[in-house]
Design a protein around this ligand. Sequence first.
Ligand SMILES: Nc1nc2c(ncn2[C@@H]2O[C@H](COP(=O)(O)OP(=O)(O)OP(=O)(O)O)[C@@H](O)[C@H]2O)c(=O)[nH]1
Ligand SMILES: [Zn+2]
Length: 290
Amino acid sequence: MERGIIVRGVGGFYDVYLNGNVLRCIPRGKFRKEGITPVVGDVVEVNTRDAVIESVLPRKNQFKRPCVANIDNLGIVMSVKHPDPDLLLVDKLILAARVNSVKPFVVINKIDLAECESEVKAIEEEYRLSGCPIFCISCKDGTGIEELKQGLYSGITTFAGQSGVGKSSLINQLYPHVSREVGDISNKTKRGKHTTRSVELLILPDGKMLVDTPGFSALDVDLMQPEEVQLYYDEFIPYAERCRFPKCIHYREPHCGVKEAVQRGEIPGQRYERYIRIIEDINEKRRERW
Ligand SMILES: Nc1nc2c(ncn2[C@@H]2O[C@H](COP(=O)(O)OP(=O)(O)OP(=O)(O)O)[C@@H](O)[C@H]2O)c(=O)[nH]1
Ligand SMILES: [Zn+2]
């Protein structure tokens, strides 16, 4: 029995990556009765003699679109411009990642379009204390791609972000072996983007893995408790102990160490303001539900 990872499903078969090779396997018959459906990213035990998947190990996390399990890292991609960065979405994706035990990192793409260095610096500054590694790249001229490759954590990485920021371009840069579809939005829709191709794990030469289809949902954030959100903001940690109230969520409470740090400019003000927006959005959604 050997342990491997499912990298793709092909009409009832599963390709399992084990010992540096890919073996096409069939799932054990009893899976269907037991209601077990293996998915891409699953860690499985394989009887290599018969190429049969004997068991699926418990999942660390699982996502629907694309349907993958056991994501380790999330690359949150934005572009300097075209489109302008949606920092609220970036913040929500950081949260959604951390809630699901996924390590987030930030990718600022299209730096070739920046008119001056300070344009990129200003975006970087927003996330400097967030605990997320930051990579500044251009998929157009290749700047920063090598650093990103080196800096990629081990395990399975997926990319998410607004439409048009360059997620597919980045996957092509990191895994140039197969050409994938990159283009303007209208072109992709015309050809029925992502409807025919199912999700796959791409194995990089050093064994790190990429999900070939971008996507990750920030929706989970709406279901969080407002008190819980602050736990995922690394920038609050050094100041929260100065709050007068032990349950301070750094919102309307007086004598708040975090708000004082924002006022002194020690925590990026806009990142804090977006935190408040997230709290208020959650409160709003809760009111709608009750
Ligand atoms: N100038 C510039 N353009 C880029 C860069 N990276 C990607 N693009 C262009 O941006 C457009 C969108 O790129 P995609 O890779 O399709 O973006 P995406 O995030 O996968 O988009 P969706 O599939 O809609 O989510 C394409 O026209 C790319 O050629 C870059 O670094 N610089
Ligand atoms: Zn506080």
